[in-house]
Ligand binder design. Structure first.
Ligand code: IDP
Ligand code: MG
Length: 151
């Protein structure tokens, strides 16, 4: 099924200049990045986006990491996009991520930080993809409403 998902190059990935590499990897498996923007997150959007881990002991470290520089937000479209992006990323812990995956190739291999500094985010389900696209690209939703109103 053709889907759209949300992906985000995290601050370490942006600093490493990985955006062109990610675009290439997505393109190679038939995925298209339809929207992209660089943005600086704040605590409010982070608490929402990472609500499922907000009560974990590592959350302050995650917050510090995600606020350490700009991220690049992306909407990615294509066949089976949600799973395909997750496959290209590899698992959360970069030490468990195989070479050839983005996290395996570029994420931290340090015992202390390999679970946090993992370069890239991708939505984990179609339902969350829609929520995250709307969270990080709210302007698109407004445009849709506006277009309808004009018509
Ligand atoms: P995911 O990004 O692979 O979907 P989630 O479980 O949704 O993983 O966790 C969100 C983010 O929180 C991870 O990408 C990672 O940056 C951070 N994180 C997850 N688990 C840990 C942990 O055990 N220690 C430190 N940071 C973690
Ligand atoms: Mg997740």
């Amino acid at each position: 099924m053709r889907e759209r998902t949300y992906a985000m190059l995290k601050p370490d990935g942006v600093k490493m200049g990985l955006f062109p590499e990610v675009v290439e990897r997505f393109k190679n498996v038939g995925l298209e990045i339809t929207h992209t923007k660089e943005m600086v997150l704040n605590e409010e959007i982070l608490k929402e986006h990472y609500a499922h881990v907000a009560d974990k002991p590592f959350f302050p470290e995650l917050e510090k990491y995600m606020l350490s520089g700009p991220v690049i937000a992306m909407i990615v479209e294509g066949e089976d996009a949600v799973n395909r992006v997750r496959e290209l990323m590899g698992p959360t812990n970069c030490k468990e991520a195989l070479p050839g995956t983005i996290r395996g190739d570029y994420g931290s291999k340090d015992d202390e930080t390999c679970r946090t500094y993992n370069v890239i985010h991708g939505s984990d389900s179609l339902e969350n993809a829609e929520i995250e696209v709307n969270r990080f690209f709210p302007e698109l939703k407004k445009n849709k409403t506006l277009k309808k109103a004009i018509r």
